[in-house]
Design a protein around this ligand. Structure first.
Ligand SMILES: [Zn+2]
Length: 466
């Protein structure tokens, strides 16, 4: 990291000056006009492109992103299409057919019997698009030893036989599957190419949290990573931190309020705020009530907040609870949300501007692989809120791209808080665009990312800087 890098003629914000930026030992060492190159450092012409703090994705699932690549994606298929692609599927490296993008409304209900009709030769596991449910066929259940396993998520029929439906059983599933976890190297590179230097992994279980932490320690992931799983005793590392504890208020099985408040209290006693998954009106009301019992801690947040009416928004603001939302889900599934929502919930779907107006700190994120990992697509989605059919979902909830971008520049431990800055002495976690910011934000596109730097290292675009 002793290497020096001089970026010439980059546009700095908010003043829009053209300056040179010297990066040394992982930090921004100097900003000014006509800086002299060091004896053997790299000099690159910025050509007036914007130099921004690197982008943060405040809610992703890194191991699931890696697994997504090796899966059969059925999100664009009908039930018949799902059936025939399953019948013809070939097994992956682990011997399984892994399917993602299943939607109960589009594809109908699934259980082991249905899957067996389509494929009873290979072990098959099908993930619901929400990530909350897996359906496994009979050969798969046998291979997992599900019949005799003790895991609450394994749904059973009256006779105690597994139905094939596994609810939020990822930790058990991963253990039962055995094998080596997928490398996160490809995911790290892909995020770097999008200009992302900071990520929060929102997977709740400790096994995944440990996996993500090891990927940082082994330098598979170049990003700064905040883990939200129930992990303890992670080795210290400058790019690794432990964030709020992810709690899931699942819509199919709401927890008891005392139980939820107890988990919040225990997290707070460990000095960890909580990040509560809430996608229904009831889940949000329960979460707010449980937080009142537990007492709030600075840094508490609500993930998704898919339905929030003005009074809930006011309560979030009054309690200083942050919201981490996912605008690209509207671009992917906005019509479904609209059609499936209760009429009274429709005005309150995936609010963003309304939460900001109420005084809530909000930051956008991807929820990849369940949402689009591209932050530039997220900026478009936040400002347009266009559904796949071209409907605008909640016109008054649109947020200017500059505002959504500011959320992506906020620190991992303060989503929606003040943006990180490009300033002398700050870490050189940066993204260099190929054009001025104003121009780039007119039509946000990942193609405008020219290079990405983390701790002064070029993690994307080295070839474009020479
Ligand atoms: Zn998530």
């Amino acid at each position: 990291m002793g290497d020096e890098l001089l970026l010439r003629g980059v546009e700095l914000h908010p003043r829009q000056d053209l300056v040179d930026c010297r990066i040394r030992d992982g930090v921004i060492a100097e900003l000014g006009r006509r800086l002299r190159p060091g004896p053997d450092g790299l000099v690159a012409e910025g050509n007036g492109g914007a130099l921004l703090p690197g982008l943060a994705d405040h809610h992703v699932h890194l191991p699931a992103m890696a697994a997504h690549h090796a899966s059969l994606d059925v999100s664009a298929l009908s039930r018949d299409g799902l059936a025939s692609s399953l019948a013809q599927a070939v097994a992956g490296q682990d011997g399984w057919v892994r399917v993602v993008g299943y939607d109960d409304v589009v594809h109908g209900d699934l259980d082991r019997t249905v899957l067996d009709v389509w494929n009873h030769m290979l072990p098959v596991r099908v993930q619901h698009r929400s990530g909350a449910l897996w359906i496994v066929n009979s050969p798969g259940l046998e291979r997992l030893g599900a019949a005799s396993a003790s895991c609450d998520g394994i749904e059973r029929d009256g006779a105690g036989r597994p139905t094939g439906r596994l609810w939020r059983a990822d930790a058990w599933l991963r253990e039962a599957l055995g094998g080596r976890p997928p490398s996160l190297r490809g995911v790290g590179a892909r995020l770097a190419a999008l200009g992302i230097t900071h990520v929060s992994d929102a997977t709740p279980d400790a096994g995944t949290g440990g996996m993500v932490a090891r990927a940082v320690l082994r330098a598979e992931l170049p990003q700064h990573v905040m883990v939200m799983a129930a992990v303890t005793g992670l080795p210290p590392h400058p790019r690794l931190s432990v964030g709020p504890l992810k709690l899931v208020v699942a819509d199919h099985a709401l927890p008891e309020i005392d139980d939820l408040a107890g988990r919040m209290r225990r997290a707070h006693a460990d000095e960890r705020p909580v990040a509560v998954h809430c996608v229904t009106r009831t889940a949000l009301a329960l979460t707010l009530a449980a937080l009142d019992r537990a007492g709030a801690l600075e840094g508490d947040r609500v993930e998704h907040c898919a339905i929030a009416d003005p009074s809930a928004a006011g309560e979030l603001a009054a309690r200083r609870i942050r919201v981490v939302t996912q605008p690209t889900l509207i671009a992917l599934r906005g019509d479904d949300y609209w059609e499936r929502a209760d009429t009274r919930d429709r005005p309150d779907l995936w609010r963003y501007a309304g939460l900001l107006r109420a005084g809530v700190r909000v930051a956008a994120s991807s929820d990849a692989p369940y949402g689009n990992p591209d932050p530039w697509a997220c900026l478009r989605a936040a400002s347009e809120r266009l559904t796949p059919s071209g409907r605008v979902l909640g016109a008054e909830e649109r947020v200017p791209v500059e505002v959504a971008l500011r959320g992506m520049l906020s620190p991992l431990d303060d989503p929606g808080g003040p943006a990180r800055r490009v300033a002398v002495g700050r870490p050189a976690d940066l993204v260099l665009l190929d054009r001025p910011l104003r121009e780039a934000l007119r039509a946000p596109d990942a193609g405008h990312v020219r290079a990405t730097f983390i701790e002064g290292r070029i993690v994307h675009g080295a070839d474009r800087l020479r």
